[in-house]
Design a protein around this ligand. Structure first.
Ligand code: ZN
Length: 244
């Protein structure tokens, strides 16, 4: 299904192997004639998400899907200090109301690396599944942060990248609805079965909303979104926060 607003631009999708970025990949494939993906290894406890990337790519593959890129930032991120995202420590709220799964600078690094790849590959649109509607409070997921990064990257690389965040104003229920609107039950099933969200890397416990421990903040967000979407009758489109 081709979405309104399609251009001839090519796109690079930040694709972790999770629900949000898989939805963004489907969104980009519906919109742009050429789409490439990039993933990051950074010492995450849930490195199993990286193994989920290729099966999801294969499920969504078509003539528009181009190469995948993997960037290893393990030494860089590890050298910046421990977090509950990268070390075996309990997940809890830290100072300032941020969970200790926050990795300072992570998404800024990801966007910078993505832009460097996009620069070399001639890709103008950079698509990220960040969201500030229904999220863990990470400041680098905010719309203002992404807009500031777009400005910085365009100045720093002398380009006109467009950073796209289709999920920014969608809650997790609306993200399931977007998947349904883009690819119907087939895409919903791909996301359900093949994507990974759980921070603890649990892929042995299967719930109605997919695999995960069921208790970490990422699992809770995914589960609550699924339950709200199902309770609403699995609509094919969901509310998007109106900022006008
Ligand atoms: Zn979990």
């Amino acid at each position: 299904m081709t979405q309104p607003g399609r251009t001839e631009d090519a796109a690079l999708v930040l694709f972790s192997g999770g629900q949000d970025s898989a939805t963004c990949l489907a969104w980009a494939l519906a919109r742009y004639p050429r789409v490439e993906t990039v993933g990051f290894r950074y010492g995450q406890r849930h490195a199993v998400e990286l193994e989920c990337r290729e099966p999801v790519r294969q499920a969504l593959a078509g003539e528009r899907l181009g190469p995948d890129h993997v960037v290893d930032l393990t030494a860089t991120i590890a050298g910046l200090g421990e977090t509950a995202m990268t070390a075996d420590i309990a997940i809890e709220m830290g100072q300032g109301g941020l969970p200790n799964t926050f990795v300072p600078g992570r998404n800024l690094l990801f966007l910078t690396c993505a832009a460097a790849i996009a620069y070399r590959r001639g890709l103008r649109r950079i698509v990220a599944g960040v969201c500030e509607t229904d999220y863990s409070g990470y400041p680098d997921c905010r719309d203002d942060t992404v807009k500031a990064m777009q400005l910085a990257l365009n100045l720093g690389m002398q380009r006109r990248f467009v950073l796209e965040t289709p999920l920014m104003w969608r809650d997790k229920a609306a993200t399931w609805a977007l998947a349904m609107a883009l690819g119907g039950n087939v895409l919903v099933d791909v996301i359900l079965e093949r994507t990974h969200t759980c921070y603890l890397g649990n892929r042995t416990e299967r719930h109605a909303w997919g695999f995960g421990c069921g208790t970490c903040p990422a699992c809770q967000l995914r589960a609550q979104g699924w339950e709200r979407w199902v309770a609403a009758g699995r609509p094919a489109s969901g509310p998007v926060r109106d900022l006008s």
